[in-house]
Write a protein that binds this ligand. Structure first.
Ligand code: NDP
Length: 477
């Protein structure tokens, strides 16, 4: 089996491989991927540091061309890369291809941004002095990504880092190295100079920790769990470096009495269960006012009966497997916790057998849940949701905001008054009206507040805030 190696200082290196396993069929080994050591990570950081002076001064047309070529190749290979994504992560083929297209669009967007770098020239408050405000790259950026969006998250961190002239040490989640390896390979062939982008696949506790401990990494952008995010924060404070965290969520989806029932059910099912509930923007708390509660729960049950849970690559599958055994254990543990806490398991929650050995779980819906239960407060990260019954809009909003997290928040309503009030008062970085809590555009800011995020927003033009540092220059005329 081909060994996919790490990329350090422009060379493909590393011998020791780890098998990348298909969660829809654990007999299917996708490939072998090198496992970097701490020494490899140090060499990658040194290579990125050495490459920074030249790349930070590279022409915008060179950056544009490399990002553009990368976008073109990703889009041209969307079916093949989407298939690889679904095979290694377990989301459906349609979702895998959709995510791949999005990665291509992100590279395309930042190819354009490279040509639009600009500053400001403003008069000084003192006579005969000019003031220029410019943005400069930060330096060596450490990129640490999770397993649940194997191509989109690497794309939305790598593309702006390169666009603004930074060099990179990139560590993808060990569980899903395939798409990361593929986009690094594409970037290298698109003409990226040696050392500008270094790929170090391997364990977070080894490779990631080496990045956190290095004084030569000037910025770290991280997406993953709250626990690891805190480690990134503490280590970054120690080194006085910039850091950006995207972490967990416990996103509420509110359904009001005046909601269109079909719109509400479709958005709730999508939010809670699509991509196997493994999205940081997924909703696992459905907060429903009492006038529509029973009709809503019944309609959810009917809709859930129609969901096909099977091999991610099979035509007709709506929901693929859970990503691995340990995540499946976490999901079933929370189903048991929900029952112990007194919530009623109204639908699903059973382990499923399919033609191939995989981590198949019937999506689960609890009713009679309260917001104080652990299933309503802690991130499950699987296809498990609970319905919380409330009296009216005011209580719904209070319950929606009663969480340590603040990534995404949704509402189903036909009332302009309530939609407007919710947009203004939901304590979240993203608010959705009559739409699922998950599913965002690639050209606008992404991120949350409270315990979900730290630092400036990702994606769109707001990404410049993290990947650049501002310089103010004064000149005597
Ligand atoms: P983890 O935090 O375990 O892992 C995220 C990344 O951090 C992985 O690459 C991991 O490496 C790495 N890592 C682990 N330990 C360290 C360390 N000591 N130092 C540096 N890096 C380390 O999260 P998961 O990958 O398990 O992702 C699931 C979690 O991420 C969920 O809780 C979810 O809420 C959250 N998430 C949030 C998103 C958001 O945008 N808000 C988006 C996606 C996920 P490795 O796994 O290879 O060991």
């Amino acid at each position: 089996m081909t060994l996919h190696q790490n990329l350090i200082a422009g060379e493909w290196v590393g011998g020791d491989g780890v098998a990348n396993i298909n969660p829809s069929d654990t007999n299917d080994v996708i490939g072998e991927y090198a496992r970097a050591s701490a020494e490899d990570a140090k060499a990658a950081i040194a290579a990125a540091k050495a490459a920074f002076p030249a790349w930070s001064r590279s022409g915008i047309l060179e950056r544009h061309a490399i990002l553009r070529k990368t976008a073109d190749e990703i889009l041209a290979r969307k079916d093949e890369l989407g298939r690889l994504l679904s095979r290694e992560e377990g989301k459906t083929l349609a979702e895998g291809i959709g995510e791949t297209v999005r990665a291509g669009q992100i590279f395309d967007f930042f190819a354009g941004e490279a040509l639009r770098l600009a500053g400001e020239v403003i008069p000084s408050v003192r006579p005969n002095i000019g003031v220029e405000i410019t943005r400069e790259p930060v330096g060596v950026v450490g990129i640490i990504t999770p397993w649940n969006f194997p191509i989109a998250i690497p794309a939305w961190k790598i593309a702006p880092a390169l666009c603004y002239g930074n060099t990179i040490v990139f560590k993808p989640a060990e569980l899903v190295p395939g798409c990361s390896w593929a986009i690094v390979d594409i970037l290298v062939r698109a003409g990226l100079p040696k050392g500008v982008l270094n790929l170090v696949m391997g364990k977070g506790s080894v490779v990631g920790q080496t990045m956190l401990d290095s004084p030569d990494v000037q910025a770290i952008t991280f997406t993953g769990s709250t626990g690891t995010g805190k480690r990134v924060a503490l280590a970054s404070v120690e080194h006085n470096r910039k850091y950006q965290l995207e972490m967990g969520g416990k996103n509420p989806f509110v359904v009001l009495d005046d909601a269109d029932l079909n719109v509400a059910v479709e958005a709730a099912v999508n939010s809670a269960f699509f991509s196997t509930g493994q999205r940081c923007t997924a909703s696992s708390r459905v907060i429903v006012t009492e006038g529509i509660h029973d009709r809503f729960v019944q309609a959810m049950g009917e809709r859930m009966k129609g969901l096909v849970i099977d091999d991610a690559l099979k035509a007709g599958t709506h929901i693929g497997p859970v990503v691995d055994q340990s995540q499946l254990n976490q999901d079933t543990d929370y189903i048991a916790i929900g029952k112990q806490e007194g919530a009623k398991l109204a639908f699903g929650g059973e382990l499923l057998k399919r033609d191939t050995p995989g981590f198949y779980l019937q999506p689960a819906l609890f009713t009679e849940a309260t917001n104080q239960m652990r299933i309503s407060q802690e991130e499950i990260f699987g296809p498990v949701a609970s319905v919380i019954r409330v009296k009216d809009y005011d209580e719904a909003l209070a319950v929606a905001n009663d969480t340590p997290f603040g990534l995404s928040s949704g509402i189903a309503t036909t009332s302009l008054k309530h939609a407007t009030h919710f947009k203004r008062n939901a304590e979240a970085g993203m608010v959705m009206v009559n739409l699922p809590t998950a599913g965002v555009d690639f050209h606008v800011p992404f991120g949350g507040r409270k315990g979900s995020s730290h630092g400036s927003r990702e994606q769109g033009r707001y990404a410049a805030e993290f990947y650049t540092t501002v310089k103010t220059a004064y000149t005597l005329a």
